[in-house]
Ligand binder design. Structure first.
Ligand code: ZN
Ligand code: ZN
Length: 126
């Protein structure tokens, strides 16, 4: 009985990440989980995230200066915007053209990261 209960909680956590249109911190995941079904603790969220990470289902988004947040691993290539006021991380679909042209001609670029910093529309309205 305990097992199916925790399976349901994990499914709920994964569902939140699936529906989210931006990476979420463990705290945000817990907040959203408790809107549907109360009683999901932060420790449960962390345990579930660890398990999903190990299975490669979700990915951690690491941004210097932001707390770790998580998104589905199958989102495809994209980048992030971090609001310097509310610290929320937003998805930016797509990529930048000709980014690799920044590297010297005889270098081989294997991957890149682009992070935009600024203020989100919510924070600008205030
Ligand atoms: Zn903001
Ligand atoms: Zn890119």
């Amino acid at each position: 009985m305990n097992v199916s209960y925790s399976t349901r909680q994990r499914e709920a956590i994964l569902d939140i990440l699936r529906r989210a249109d931006q990476p979420l911190t463990p705290g945000e995941i817990r907040e959203r989980a408790n809107q549907d079904s109360a009683g999901i603790g932060l420790a449960t969220v962390y345990r579930a995230l660890k398990a999903f990470m190990a299975r490669g289902v979700i990915a951690q988004v690491e941004i210097p200066g932001a707390s770790p947040c998580y998104e589905m691993a199958d989102r495809g290539h994209h980048h992030h915007f971090i609001c310097q006021h509310c610290q929320r991380v937003y998805d930016l679909p797509g990529c930048v053209r000709d980014l690799e042209a920044l590297a010297p001609r005889d270098f081989q670029v294997q991957r890149h990261e682009v992070i935009l910093y600024g203020l989100c529309s919510n924070c600008l309205e205030r």
